[in-house]
Design a protein around this ligand. Structure first.
Ligand SMILES: [Zn+2]
Length: 375
């Protein structure tokens, strides 16, 4: 596989990996289960815009903007941006997909279109409330524009998409651990300058293994002081102590992934005491090598122990899934009942980064739609 950015074009070699034309993912065997999960009104709290764009849109963008490809074909592009069944499941392969994806954010029109389509796809999957996160630094990678512009484009387009598709959307703005504090501070300045009611929280993403979170303490304190929610990717690839640091030092309300918490029962109890919510993304965890396989995934143990867990896709494009697919897999692999899935939707409603009154409305709407009697 050869991939390089040359003279303003993305060059993808004609050599594609084996099985590049096969569709990734486990087959969904139980039609009734699939229909039940599709029909269920859903909430997703952890989805990256950059990892959610449509393959068909990427091919159209490549054609329109002269990104060089041997064939303008979805199956040609797929292995460069999506985890394939035959490739190793590890962070290097998983993160490599984003190196390609980043090459496609070539104009404000594209970023707006991708935002709109992500909301449309969520609505088609019967997601009623979506928290969509994006990294301004990644979207501004090529066009080199102020972060204010990127946040404005995504927020403005999200607002239009809410009207058009009916799914409620809030935005989470991500900064990366492996990038400078200065970029994070500039991102927060931009959020404050834009002052969009759609921007609800900030997130720390990126290389958790090699870059500590502590240098971002002031950033998160300042964000929290402006009323933004805080979520932090931790306990995915890095040490489980990163989870404690995210809560104790960065004041995280929610943890992205946090699956390694199960290695320390005292930490699980500590999370329960504080009401910290885990945004679990099981397929992503398998694809990125955070867990070895579905049998090793601790979601079921965390949930049954009482840790507040929610179910999410992380990156539907990269993992080739919808939230419906994710729920089906959780039922098939974890032995969850439909009631367990509903409980996860309710957990997500209660953890939404919304003002308290709006959150209460969301919770009661979901209790009623899911047929759950309020406790
Ligand atoms: Zn994530």
């Amino acid at each position: 596989m050869c991939l390089a950015f040359r003279s303003g074009t993305l060059f993808i070699s004609a050599t594609t990996p084996k099985n590049s034309r096969s569709v990734t993912g486990d087959k969904l065997t139980d039609d009734h289960l699939l229909r039940t999960m599709q029909a269920m009104p859903k909430i997703e709290l952890h989805r990256h815009l950059e990892g959610s764009i449509r393959l068909s849109t990427m091919v159209e963008v490549a054609k329109e903007y002269g990104i060089e490809m041997p064939e303008y074909d979805i199956e040609m592009l797929r292995p460069f941006v999506q985890m394939m069944p035959t490739e190793p499941h590890n962070s290097q392969h998983f993160l490599a997909k984003f190196m390609t994806i980043r090459q496609f954010f070539l104009s404000d029109t594209i970023i707006r279109r991708m935002t709109r389509e992500v909301v449309a796809d969520a609505a088609a999957d019967n997601i009623k409330y979506l928290e969509l996160r994006f990294t301004p630094r990644a979207l501004a990678n090529i066009i080199d524009c102020p972060f204010e512009d990127v946040i404005h484009w995504v927020a403005a387009e999200a607002a239009l998409a809410v009207d058009q598709y009916g799914t409620q959307v809030r935005l989470i703005v991500s900064v990366n651990r492996h990038e400078s504090i200065e970029i994070a501070e500039r991102t927060l300045d931009a959020i404050i300058a834009i002052n969009s009611p759609y921007v609800a929280a900030v997130d720390l993403a990126g290389n958790e293994k090699d870059f500590p979170a502590e240098p971002f303490q002031d950033f998160f304190e300042r964000a929290k002081g402006t009323g933004l929610g805080v979520t932090v990717h931790a306990g995915e690839w890095g040490e489980l102590e990163n989870i404690r640091t995210a809560v104790a030092v960065l004041h995280a309300d929610r943890i992205g992934h946090g699956v390694r918490a199960w290695e320390d029962m005292a930490l699980c109890d500590w999370l329960i005491e504080r009401g910290v919510v885990l945004e679990v993304c099981p397929t992503s965890n398998v694809h990125s090598g955070a867990v070895r396989d579905w049998a090793q995934h601790p979601l079921s143990q965390l949930y049954r122990h009482g840790v507040i867990t929610t179910l999410n896709t992380d990156d539907p494009l990269v993992s080739n899934i919808t939230l419906t697919d994710e729920l089906v897999r959780v039922v098939e692999h974890m032995g969850f009942t439909v009631h367990d899935i509903k409980q996860h939707m309710l957990n997500a409603a209660k953890a939404a980064f919304l003002p308290p009154q709006e959150r209460e409305i969301l919770v009661s709407q979901f209790e009623s739609a899911l047929g759950i009697i309020p406790s």
